[in-house]
Design a binder for this molecule. Structure first.
Ligand code: 5AD
Length: 348
C-alpha cells in the first residue's frame, strides 16, 4: 500500500479519531522512516516583502488590508544575516514574500546571487505566480525549488475565496515550473470555513495529478483583518490526518510541518512530525520585519532553532546533513543518468 503510492484517502480516513487515527499516523510515520530514516530536512525561511497584489479572503497580507505596514527587506542585510548568523543545522534557505514582482527584482534576485556566490545552500522560493521570464531569472540566479501552493483543489471554492487567478492557471504554472527544471512543492489549506470532507479529499486528487516533489497541509487559521477573522480554525484531526494521508499516497514526497500547526493546537507541530512530515523550518526573518509579515495573526508562533531541534529530538529525529536541494538534485540525476554534482557545478 505505501510503496507504490497506490493509496488514496477515503473520506473516513480523513476524519479518523481515537485508536484508528493513531494507527493511520503510525503507518504514515513508518512510511516516512522507511524512505528517509531518522533524518528530517531543516531549512530557514526569510520573509522579504509583505506587499501583495493578491486579495485572498483567508490571508492577512491581502491587498485590501490597509492596516498592515508594508515593507521590503534590504538584500544586503538579509544576506549578511544568512551568511553570518545561520544556525549550523540549516542546509536550505526559503525566500518568501507576498506576490510582489518588484521585490523579486530588487530584493530576491540580488539576494540569491549573493548567497550563490558564497555558499552551497539550497535555495527555495515562494513568491506567487510570476512571468516565465522572472521564473527563468530566479532559476539562473541559483534557486532550484519553487513552492507554489494550489491552495484549494475545487475551482468554485478557489474562486469563492479569491485565491490567486484561477485554479486552472495556478496548476498550469505548477506544470510549467516543473517542465522548465524546477523542483516544485505545492500545498493546500485544510479546514477553510464550509469545507466538507469531500472538498478536503479533492485536494488529494489534485495533488496526485501534479508533477511535485513535495506538498504541505496548512491548517486554516482565521486571519486578523480578513473577512474570515471570526471564523473557526481548522479541525486538528482533519489537518493531521491529511498529513498522514499525503505521506501514504506519496511516500517519497517532502512534507513540511508548518508553524501554523502550533496555532491550531498546542503540540500541533510535534503531531505533524508524528503523522509523517519530514521538513522543518526555522524563521530567520529579522524581528522588526517579522512583525508585519502577518498571514494569520500578529501573535505568531515563531519556530526558533531551539524549538525546532527540541521537537526533532522529542520525536527521535535528527537534522539531515543532506540539504533539500541536494537531495532533489541527486534524484533528478539518477532519473536522467547524469553524474551527481554536474548540475551543482554548473549552478555554482
Ligand atoms: N490559514 C492557513 N493558511 C493560510 N495561508 C494564508 N492564509 C492562511 C490562513 N488564514 C497560506 C496559504 C498561502 C500561504 C502564504 O499561507 O496557503 O499560500
Amino acid at each position: 500500500m505505501t510503496r507504490d503510492g497506490n493509496y488514496f484517502p477515503g473520506e473516513p480516513d480523513l476524519s479518523l479519531q481515537g485508536e484508528a487515527q493513531v494507527r493511520l499516523h503510525e503507518c504514515a510515520a513508518a512510511a516516512t522512516r522507511k524512505q528517509f530514516g531518522k533524518k528530517v530536512f531543516v531549512r530557514a525561511v526569510v520573509e522579504i516583502s509583505n506587499f501583495c497584489r493578491e486579495n485572498c479572503t483567508y490571508c492577512g497580507m491581502r491587498r485590501d488590508n490597509a492596516s498592515l505596514h508594508r515593507f521590503r527587506a534590504n538584500a544586503e542585510q538579509i544576506a549578511e544575516l544568512l551568511l553570518r548568523h545561520r544556525p549550523a543545522s540549516v542546509t536550505d534557505i526559503n525566500i518568501q514574500a507576498g506576490e510582489d514582482p518588484v521585490a523579486v527584482r530588487e530584493v530576491v534576485l540580488p539576494l540569491i546571487r549573493m548567497l550563490r556566490r558564497e555558499t552551497a545552500l539550497g535555495i527555495s522560493v515562494c513568491l506567487g505566480t510570476l512571468t516565465p521570464a522572472l521564473y527563468r531569472e530566479l532559476r539562473e540566479a541559483g534557486a532550484s525549488i519553487y513552492i507554489m501552493k494550489f491552495e484549494i483543489g475545487d475551482p468554485a471554492r478557489y474562486r469563492e475565496f479569491s485565491a490567486p487567478g484561477t485554479l486552472e492557471e495556478r496548476l498550469q504554472h505548477i506544470r510549467m515550473l516543473a517542465e522548465s527544471g524546477w523542483n516544485v512543492s505545492s500545498g493546500f489549506i485544510a479546514g477553510l470555513p464550509g469545507q466538507t470532507l469531500t472538498d478536503l479529499q479533492q485536494n488529494f486528487a489534485v495533488a496526485r495529478s501534479l508533477p511535485l516533489q513535495g506538498c504541505s497541509v496548512s491548517p486554516f487559521i482565521p486571519g486578523d483583518e480578513t473577512p474570515l477573522a471570526t471564523a473557526a480554525a481548522a479541525e486538528a484531526n482533519w489537518t493531521l490526518n491529511s498529513i498522514a494521508a499525503l505521506r501514504l499516497m506519496r511516500p517519497d514526497w517532502v512534507i513540511p510541518a508548518v508553524s501554523a500547526l502550533n496555532l491550531m493546537e498546542p503540540d500541533g507541530y510535534r503531531h505533524g512530525l508524528a503523522a509523517g512530515a519530514n521538513l522543518v523550518t526555522m524563521n530567520l526573518t529579522p524581528g522588526d520585519l517579522r512583525e508585519d509579515y502577518v498571514i494569520y495573526q500578529r501573535d505568531r508562533f515563531i519556530m526558533t532553532e531551539e524549538r525546532v531541534l527540541k521537537v526533532l529530538a522529542t520525536q527521535g529525529f535528527e537534522p539531515s546533513e543532506i540539504g533539500l536541494a541536494d537531495y532533489y538534485r541527486g534524484r533528478t540525476d539518477k532519473k536522467t543518468d547524469r553524474q551527481p554534482g554536474v548540475t551543482a557545478a554548473a549552478a555554482a
